[in-house]
Design a protein around this ligand. Sequence first.
Ligand SMILES: [Zn+2]
Length: 166
Amino acid sequence: MKKWIVLLALTSAAAWAHDDEHHEHGPHQHGVATLDVAFDKGELALDFASPADNVLGFEHAPKTDAERKKIDQMTKTLSLATNLFVPEAAAGCKTSPVKVAAPDWSTGAHVDIDADYSFKCQRAPASIALPLWKQYPNIRELVVNIATDKGQRQLRLKPGQTLNLR
Ligand SMILES: [Zn+2]
């Protein structure tokens, strides 16, 4: 009987820890990724976050060569913003490759991938095309949080859609 109680306590403690973690980054839901968009003084910032499952197909430290190869490919793809996000040409946005950190496998059962990009633009882009959908078909929804001088809003995009910032 005693054993049962201890087990129960452990289980709920783990559930709490998990919940806490998720409050920081929003819910980690497989199939859903988030993009924070900010435009200020000619700089477009795109912060992309996704469950590793969406972009790798697994969420554990790599065990095989095939899994290690997938991680290499992912960091290569993510290191160039325009593999995922292409601002309309008329805005004259330029970006340079970023360094993408390997996932932190120590955090437990669920692992997020984060990639932060910045573009210098001649003017605010009206739209951003999303090759992201072709790159990662496991992403079924992109939650976009937009912050500009006009305020903040949230959009939920489905595969194939373009991000419209107007
Ligand atoms: Zn997960």
